[in-house]
Design a protein around this ligand. Structure first.
Ligand SMILES: [Zn+2]
Length: 261
């Protein structure tokens, strides 16, 4: 069994001390490929460096998370455009809209999102998207470019049925994190995951965030890591009533084709 973690924030400082051990544990748990999320200008550059240092195992995205949208200026966009030309950069993002935390004003988020969508249009690279509490504006932005982008995954999907339908209707892919392992918050997601067609579903940890709550014993630390992707797989398999092996095969095939890895 081989898994692909399509979203791990491995440039996060919490991985600095034991990075090689984290990668070794991932491999030990069948995670054969990891797409390292770029969520800021510096983070995207660092993600590419990691990918270059681990060819065939780590890959990168290049983008600025909506939380950091207020930092995006012309120099940021130039950097992202340059990074986007690099072969190890397999997607544009993380980009999108987050009106839940609102760390950046809405206008700044929309502007940064539109500028990154333009990079995806110009390069043909797929999109790695984030949306929280901003569905209408998010769909509005993406519909402007929809017929000019290659592929898009809405990562860490935690929304409602109507949102899922809107994404699937548009041909988007869906990333599922350890949110589904949460016995309280993950209930709706557990019922929705059955309606995601095979070939549109991918798995991710979003490490170091979203530590699966199914870890036993619950660790003293809160850091998530790619090795725990097996917990996401198990929860998806249980929610869909299908063997984990089948879900693993399908999601890995889908992720490899989506990112070209
Ligand atoms: Zn996100």
């Amino acid at each position: 069994m081989e898994l692909v973690d399509i979203g791990a924030n491995l440039t996060h400082e919490s991985f600095r001390a034991d990075f090689d051990a984290v990668l070794a544990r991932a491999r030990g748990h069948g995670v054969g490929r990891i797409v390292v999320t770029g969520a800021s200008a510096g983070g995207s550059r660092a993600a590419l460096e990691l990918a270059r240092a681990h060819p065939g195992f780590l890959y990168a995205t290049a983008g600025v998370h909506p939380h950091h949208a207020h930092e995006v200026d012309d120099a940021t966009i130039s950097l992202l455009r340059e990074l986007a030309t690099q072969p190890d950069v397999r997607a544009i993002g993380e980009t999108g809209l987050d009106y839940y935390r609102n760390y950046s004003p809405h206008a700044a988020q929309v502007s940064a999102f539109e500028r990154q969508l333009a990079i995806a249009v110009d390069t043909g690279k797929p999109l790695f998207l984030h949306q929280r509490d901003a569905h209408a504006d998010f769909i509005g932005c993406i519909d402007n470019v929809r017929d000019r982008i290659s592929r898009a995954v809405v990562h860490c999907f935690t929304g409602e049925r109507e949102e899922l339908v809107d994404y699937l209707d548009r041909g988007f892919y869906i990333g599922i994190t350890g949110w589904i392992c949460d016995e309280r918050r993950g209930l709706e997601l557990r019922s929705l995951v059955r309606d995601i067609p095979a070939g549109r579903l991918m798995l991710e940890t979003d490490a170091p965030y979203l530590l699966p709550r199914t870890l036993r014993p619950a660790p003293a630390h809160r850091r998530n890591e790619p090795a725990f992707l097996t917990h996401v797989l198990a929860a998806v398999a249980q929610a869909s009533g299908r063997p984990a092996r089948e879900i693993a095969e399908e999601t890995t095939r889908t992720a490899r084709a989506f990112f070209g890895i």
